[in-house]
Design a protein around this ligand. Structure first.
Ligand code: Z15
Length: 834
């Protein structure tokens, strides 16, 4: 029995679904076959995990063959490809997604049912592949999905971390971190490629040599060699015509190098070195939007960039030998933030030191290969490496960076800003000062042919506030590509009921033509459609209520308004604003049991970076407030607060379809884009949000009446800060706000432990309220009153929800990818044969 069969032939882009004509019977036999021959067990004793593995193996009969076919075609046609360099790929689970892509979801469901198995239960066996922190890593995952779906030759390069993002447990209200071991018992989706191993140098010193002609030549004598082993993860485009790969590098000790040490009698030393080598790909740094500045992190960055560049060059040489003239026609490298920016001096090193190219020719190649995406303006996230550390780990790269810098300052800055030392100091890759630093942002802008922000307002701010002088020098370099999300995962596969309804009312090719959702606007006032739409929302809420019960033992009423804030815990995202408002609602209910508001459930999902003290305090406070509120009989269940532990992709897939309200409440100017905002609106949630990041574009698409906007604008924030913001003014001016903040000093939420939550109050008053939480409180509270009114009017709410789904077509990551292709990558889709 085999899942491989014939299929229809169309274009590079897949718009028909039923492509792999496999019967339920065939699929079932194939799963059972794999249970026997791949898993070495049988129907009587197989665990659910074994059934899951066997099901994956059955899907892989299609997937792996398409990988080979895709690679062969790209090689034969010698296609130009994008190489997406990212330290993070937050892929989540694959089974449902890959079944959706090959069009076999229903077949697999029936096949498993016939085997007395529940499809959803089997899917739950899959651990999330959580090789990322949050938005940046998930964006990379959506982008590789869209690239494959649109038939573009592309490869994602990253690290094969042994441990992905920590799993979060909540004990007595506090976050505990546990290691994530996503592949402890093997992973059916990955293929090891030992034939493509690379060796990577580190540490050591640089020797300066002169040849007969008196030409200078630099030779790096590394102190260590690390082996990089590639693991390929198939990325199945919707319709499974193109199956690209994610190539993730695992570090190993180099046998070759350690042999010397061993011979010298250093057996134990050799083992220590082995451990150090294998440490490189051990664990993902758990910071989102903050930089750690650790040596191991720099080594991680260099390790995977160096492996990937060697891999690209090897592939290029197979087709073009030593003729470098076509290199920039074939290769574009997208830097996902500055994390992989060390790829720039690495490519220069290979071209100048190894290929013995003239500097100018090598630099011309670099400037046509790299493009850089900026994801944040937060100063604490902008990467800087100390010159001292750089020199220790990558001595030759530091020299190259100095050379890039001095040429840039002389040839570019001097003519543009003659004798202007202040501008030179600002644009220099090297920051002078007590400790000299390498600015990775400046390096990335200087070496790239395009630099993009991730939402309109963010890209404007990149030009005006972050890199204004660069924008003056190169007015066409800085640009925008608004983020997007894949509708295959974030609607079709996570919300099957709504997807079915949309297919009935629109067409069934909406997953690749998301603008077609516009047609739903015609039914926004149709009361029959409203009922069906809201019934689906209700059913999704019933499902989420079960999840909440099983994870937290809290009972919530699915008829209540579900208000959801899901994102990393960060002060700029202002979960504390949400919390303060919840406390105010609680206080209003205590003061007036008839306070007019619909039943409300506030649901949070958030991980805090393990070293981020205030973020962890906020998690604790949310949980303590939840304990008190949820168990207070006086408010008669009108208010519930839920903190769902271990927020991750697979949990998001359960929460997003059940949201009525989407909380997008960052201080204006701080959230570069946001992508959860898009997923929630796409699933019919109404946004309560500030004019920040992509919220602005969501409001434009949905219309002002279908989102609830509050708070200071970017301009107003600037003005307020310039005038000297004083949070105490807001504290004294607002009786409710004062009362709520004073509550933090009591033991009302922490019985017997007064002041346990007081640090939060201090951060908002004594430490200056960096993110203007108090300034936006009154406006936020009013916005929630508006939400309450709207929700109580059923047809009005249904209309808003429908219009949100109908108008989110722009936020398809296929559109983002098409923007990158048109303005930056210049790729052509590639048709893959049967
Ligand atoms: C991260 O998740 C983001 C930016 C960063 O600089 C780092 Cl280090 C991690 C996020 C932004 O905060 C978010 O607004 C954006 O939507 C996302 O990247 C994808 O662009």
């Amino acid at each position: 029995a085999s899942a491989k069969t014939s299929r229809k032939k169309t274009s590079a882009v897949s718009d028909d679904l039923k492509q792999f004509e496999v019967t339920t019977e065939e699929f079932k036999d194939c799963v059972v076959k794999h249970l026997h021959v791949t898993l070495g067990t049988d129907e009587n004793k197989a665990s659910k995990k074994a059934w899951w593995n066997a099901t994956c193996a059955a899907v892989n009969e299609i997937v792996f063959e398409r990988v080979t076919k895709t690679q062969k075609t790209h090689y034969q046609k010698d296609t130009r490809a994008v190489h997406y360099f990212s330290l993070e790929f937050l892929m989540g689970r694959f089974l449902k997604n890959n079944l959706t892509s090959v069009g076999l979801t229903d077949i697999a469901k029936q096949a498993l049912e016939q085997l007395d198995l529940d499809f959803n239960e089997i899917c739950e066996e899959e651990p999330d592949m959580a090789l990322g922190n949050g938005g940046l890593g998930r964006l990379a995952a959506c982008f590789v999905d869209s690239l494959a779906t649109l038939g573009y030759p592309a490869i994602g390069y990253g690290i094969h971390y042994e441990h992905g993002l920590f799993t979060q447990e909540i004990q007595h209200g506090r976050q505990l971190e546990r290691p994530d071991s996503w592949r402890e018992y093997g992973n059916p989706w990955e293929i090891c490629r030992p034939e493509s191993i690379q060796e990577i140098p580190l540490y050591g010193y640089v020797e300066t040599k002169y040849d007969e002609g008196g030409h200078i030549h630099k030779e790096w004598h590394p102190g260590r060699i690390i082996k990089g082993v590639p693991w390929d993860i198939p990325v199945v485009g919707y319709g499974a015509k193109t199956v690209n790969i994610l190539r993730l590098w695992e570090s190993r000790a180099s046998d070759f190098f350690n042999w010397d040490v061993f011979n010298a009698g250093g057996y134990l030393d050799a083992q220590v070195e082995n451990v150090q080598a294998e440490t490189i790909s051990k664990v993902l740094y758990p910071n989102d939007n903050t930089e750690a500045g650790k040596e191991l992190r720099l080594i991680q960055q260099y390790f995977f960039c160096a492996c990937s560049i060697k891999d690209i060059i090897r592939r290029y040489k197979r087709a073009h030998g030593n003729d470098w003239s076509k290199f920039t026609d074939q290769v574009v490298i997208q830097l996902n933030d500055t994390h992989p920016a060390v790829a720039i001096p690495e490519l220069m090193r290979i071209l100048v030191d190894r290929a013995e190219m003239h500097w100018d020719d090598a630099w011309a190649i670099c400037q046509n290969v790299f493009a850089y995406t900026n994801h944040t303006l937060l100063p604490e996230a902008l990467e800087k490496w100390s010159v001292r550390l750089f020199e220790k780990v990558l001595p030759r790269h530091l020299e190259i960076i100095y050379e890039i810098n001095s040429r840039f300052l002389e040839d570019v800055v001097e003519p543009a800003f003659p004798d202007n030392d202040e501008v030179k100091r600002k644009l220099s890759i090297i920051e002078e000062g007590h400790e000299k630093m390498v600015r990775m942002g400046n390096l990335s802008v200087i070496a790239s042919f395009k630099v993009n922000g991730v939402a309109e307002i963010h890209s404007q701010l990149v030009k005006s506030d972050l890199f204004p002088e660069f924008n003056q020098i190169w007015p066409d370099k800085l640009t925008n590509v608004t983020n997007g999300v894949t509708p295959r995962r974030w609607l079709k596969s996570c919300n099957p009921a709504l997807s079915k309804l949309i297919s009935e009312y629109v067409d069934d090719d909406w997953p690749v033509h998301l603008d077609k959702l516009q047609k739903l606007n015609d039914f926004a006032d149709d009361s029959k459609f409203q009922k069906v739409f809201m019934q689906i929302k209700h059913d999704n809420k019933v499902e989420l209520a079960k999840v909440i019960k099983s994870l937290t033992n809290i009972e919530v009423d699915p008829t209540a308004l579900f208000d959801i804030q899901i994102k990393r815990l960060h002060e700029y995202k202002r979960q504390q604003l949400n919390l303060i408002h919840i406390m105010a609602l609680y206080r209003r209910l205590l003061q007036n049991p008839d306070y007019d508001m619909p039943k409300r459930v506030f649901i949070f999902g958030a991980k805090a970076a393990p070293g981020y003290y205030m973020a962890k305090e906020i998690i604790y406070a949310i949980n303590k407030v939840a304990d008190r509120v949820n168990n207070d009989a006086r408010i008669k269940d009108k208010l519930k607060v839920v903190f769902l532990p271990n927020y991750r992709v697979s949990l998001a897939e359960k929460m997003i379809p059940a949201a009525d309200v989407s909380e997008q409440i960052s201080l204006a100017g701080k959230e570069a884009s946001g992508t959860g905002n898009m997923k929630l609106a796409l699933n019919g949630a109404v946004t309560i949000g500030t004019l920040d990041g992509a919220n602005i574009e969501i409001a434009e698409e949905a219309g002002e009446d279908n989102v609830v906007i509050f708070g200071l604008t970017v301009e107003e924030v600037k003005a307020k800060k310039a005038a000297g913001y004083n949070p105490w003014d807001y504290y004294y001016a607002n009786e409710e706000l004062k009362a709520v903040l004073d509550w933090f000093d009591t033991d009302y939420f922490t019985p017997g432990k007064p002041g346990e939550l007081a640090e939060i109050k201090r951060s908002l008053l004594d430490y200056g309220d960096t993110y203007l939480t108090l300034a936006d409180y009154a406006s936020y509270s009013d916005a929630h009153k508006k939400i309450d009114r709207l929700y109580q009017d059923k047809p009005t709410w249904a209309r808003m929800a429908i219009i949100n789904t109908a108008t989110m077509g722009k936020f398809n990551s296929d559109r983002s990818i098409q923007d990158y292709v048109n303005n930056i990558w210049k790729l052509t889709p590639c048709f893959i044969e049967e």
